[in-house]
Design a protein around this ligand. Sequence first.
Ligand SMILES: NC(=O)c1ccc[n+]([C@@H]2O[C@H](COP(=O)([O-])OP(=O)(O)OC[C@H]3O[C@@H](n4cnc5c(N)ncnc54)[C@H](O)[C@@H]3O)[C@@H](O)[C@H]2O)c1
Length: 333
Amino acid sequence: MKKLNFGIIGCGRIAYKHAEAIKKNEKANLLYVCDIIEERAVDYKNKYGAERYFTDYHEMLEMPDLDVVNICTPSGMHAEMGIAAAKAGKHVIVEKPMALSSIDADALINACDENGVKLAVCFQNRFNPPVQKLRRALEEGRFGKLTHASAVVRWFRPQDYYDQAPWRGTWAMDGGCLMNQSIHNIDLLQWMMGPVESVFGYTANNFRKIEAEDVGVAVLEFKNGALGVIEASTTIYPENLEETLAIFGEKGTVMLGGIAVNKIETWKFADSQDENLEMEQQDVPNVYGFGHDALIEDFIRAVIEDRRPYIDGREGIKSLRIVLGIYHSAVSL
Ligand SMILES: NC(=O)c1ccc[n+]([C@@H]2O[C@H](COP(=O)([O-])OP(=O)(O)OC[C@H]3O[C@@H](n4cnc5c(N)ncnc54)[C@H](O)[C@@H]3O)[C@@H](O)[C@H]2O)c1
């Protein structure tokens, strides 16, 4: 079988998860890398054995042997780059959030549809074993009626993190702890609880010298009548504390925790089954976890089998809309 040729745009902090996942996958080949900072592009080319590097992504998109583009640039650039890739006939894997507005996200989805290419959004935590187990329990109806849920991200990002790259924490290119960090858990919350009826939130900026929020809270009502709570922060002293997702139903209680929903803290169901919970626990070296490997494997299969990726654009936009709803609600008039 011919390998799929990948090209990465943006060789910064998260791109290595893409490069490593591509390198590990026998059906994938990392052909090109691109960064406007030449040194970074050269570094990635050498480290991961790519054939060629670019400093202009438009030139990379002209390469006829390029099949898939991984967009790992600042969030405010995702939609424009994804649309350009789709128009060039390339499949698109985009980092989260897929865009910073609903209009841009819709435009990206439409461009991929119109050009017959696949689109996946990197909510890699959906592949975490505890999250997969929780999703199976929901699909099997083990919770009975869902009553409420919470998504909590208590993390720490020092001022240095924001100062490393000027786009971080800006409204035009990033957003704050809700749009950047907590969107992962908001994605999981809505994946488990279903569509949202309404959302109300507050945001604040206490410590970080950025435009956007470093703390945010919200309450939600889901269309099924269940209620939800979101708590997001990047100022938890003195380090990352937890990313937890708790789901409560009439016949079940599950709480996933760890620093990035990688542990099962509580697992109780009325239909208690003989379950080995240890099997699902995961030790992760950082909050990125291991999900990019599974996401890229799924994406390759989606291309080969001509089916939708596990987390396509229509899935990826849901959490974006919730965050935008919170921002809208939190605007003081
Ligand atoms: N899935 C996750 O867990 C996860 C984790 C971290 C970041 N992210 C997302 O990944 C994206 C990148 O974040 P990061 O922390 O790696 O950022 P970063 O600043 O470390 O890297 C971004 C890179 O893009 C390059 N770039 C900027 N403009 C470019 C252009 N026009 N053409 C080519 N390259 C360009 C920059 O030079 C930089 O090297 C963000 O959207 C972020 O939200 C996702």
